[in-house]
Design a protein around this ligand. Structure first.
Ligand code: UD1
Length: 458
């Protein structure tokens, strides 16, 4: 019998403003079995924006079921595009794409939506896109995106929180340019790469981001007819073409979700298989897991198995751009280091405010001190269940992992973060044997719906 969740996204959206959901976890349960890894959130969002480059439309497969994906659909639809969703498949009909102003209320809630400025400007010669707000992990400026578009001939004015970019001249086309990024920003690389696909001439991005999601976007753009060379290196060359056609494209598996499940195995002393994965995308995470004590076995080219050894020992971690250890896996590894023998130092260099989960892990008995962008973790024998609040997306996954390892019951609040970026995390954990459930409570903390009401047994 398989649990088929109607989708946690739908469930979350259907509860009223005065209600919220919380997750309860009863820790120290052995996990086992296989987990299916969904499509990568960060690829899916930007490739969806990239669909605006197609003159007629495209089909995207392996799209994860996430609140952020729903929001991106709404934003693209607001531009005149028709989207049909069938499970993990999205069909885009871009023939009606006629609007260059995505709505403020939607873009302000989804940072990745700002990256659509590249394709909108490339297709229409004008784009008015609200600035993305800062978020709980940092201020998240956009000057690298703006400077790159200016180098390609765009006029950019920022007024009343709206980035107004336009190209003058009869062709309304951006011009190829040589652009050096001061920092290998993932979003800026993606914005500029998409913008350059339809520009006049050649664009070279130096010090480009090398993340697998950048390569996935480049592969999608190539599938629709773009000429892109060097994605995955720090020098990407894009030769502009006149028009981009349709394609049927499948998103890569989510390396952050995969790493989260690898940690789930190690932290609960359980053997778990993951499929499908691209092991090369997980090199840094696997290397750290092995230093900490777990073994990671390659069972097939797209299948990994985490095998615990009963030992977890401290290690130091520094987050940096790919291929180094990713900031999006820092919180999850911190949960594991909190119960690893000895001391660990975690240094967060990518975002300035991404250690807020420390306070929540401390509620569960972790011994962690923060000094600037360093977290000094002194391993404790065991965490204990507590009521904790997710402070951002990856922090919420870290709390789930901590709850799985902890003695007793953990209750996690603030699940809107989790639903943004993890496709049915509780259902997947439950299939592995975790004792985890989501309940909907009203403002007073009273139960209003039990998870069984949203799960159909088939
Ligand atoms: C993307 C990912 C996010 C991941 C991050 C780093 C998506 C939707 N999100 O975010 O999950 O954590 O990469 O791997 O793909 N910066 C500037 N100026 C800019 C742009 C960025 O100073 O114009 C700074 C940011 O504030 C941050 C650092 O550069 O400190 C990295 O940001 P960036 O690589 O751009 O991350 P995102 O693309 O926003």
């Amino acid at each position: 019998m398989e649990d088929k969740l109607i989708t946690s996204t739908t469930t979350t959206q259907n509860i009223s403003a005065t209600e919220q959901s919380v997750i309860h976890i009863w820790g120290q349960t052995q996990l086992s079995g296989e987990v299916q890894i969904s499509g990568a959130k960060n690829s899916a969002l930007v490739v969806m924006a990239g669909s605006l480059l197609c003159s007629s439309g495209c089909r995207l497969r392996n799209i994860p079921g996430l609140v952020d994906v729903d929001k991106m659909c709404q934003i693209i639809e607001a531009l005149g595009v028709k989207i049909q969703r069938n499970g993990e498949v999205l069909d885009f009909d871009t023939t009606g794409f006629n609007c260059h102003t995505p709505p403020f209320e939607l873009v302000s809630k989804l940072r990745a939506a700002f990256f659509a400025i590249g394709p909108i400007l490339a297709r229409m010669g004008v784009a008015k896109v609200p600035m993305p707000g800062g978020c709980s992990i940092g201020a998240r400026p956009i000057e690298l995106h703006v400077r790159g578009l200016q180098a390609m001939g765009a006029h950019v004015e920022i007024e009343h929180g709206i980035v107004n970019a336009y190209v003058t001249g009869s062709s309304k086309r951006l011009q190829g340019a040589k652009i050096y990024l001061d920092y290998p920003s993932v979003g800026a690389t993606e914005t500029l790469m998409m913008a350059a696909t339809l520009a006049d001439g050649e664009t070279i991005l130096e010090n480009a981001a090398k993340e697998p999601e950048v390569v996935d976007l480049a592969n999608f753009c190539i599938a629709i007819g773009a000429k892109i060379f060097g994605a995955g290196t720090d020098r990407i060359t894009i030769v502009g073409v006149d028009k981009l056609h349709s394609a049927d494209y499948s998103i890569i598996p989510d390396r952050v979700e995969a790493a989260t499940f690898l940690v789930a195995g190690a932290i609960t002393n359980s053997e778990i298989s993951l499929f499908p994965v691209i092991p090369d995308h997980l090199t840094a995470a696997v290397a750290k897991l092995e230093q900490i004590g777990a073994k990671v076995v390659l069972d097939a080219p797209d299948r990994l198995r985490v095998v615990p050894t009963g030992i977890l020992r401290g290690t130091d971690i520094e987050t940096l751009p790919y291929p180094a250890f990713p900031t999006d896996m820092q919180a999850q590894f911190m949960a594991m280091l909190a119960i690893s023998e000895g001391n660990s130092v975690i240094t967060e260099t990518v975002f300035e405010n991404r250690l807020q989960h420390v306070a929540e892990l401390k509620r569960m008995g972790a011994n962690i001190k923060v000094k600037g962008n360093h977290a000094i973790v002194e391993g404790v024998a065991m965490l204990s269940g507590a009521t904790v609040t997710a402070t951002d997306l990856r922090a919420s996954a870290a709390l789930v992992l901590a709850g799985l390892a902890a003695q007793g019951k953990t209750t996690i609040q603030g699940l809107h973060h989790l639903d943004r970026g993890y496709d049915r995390l509780e259902a997947k954990m439950r299939n592995l044997g975790a004792k985890i459930e989501r309940v909907h409570v009203n403002g007073d903390g009273d139960l209003v719906a039990h998870p069984e009401e949203v799960i159909v047994r088939v």
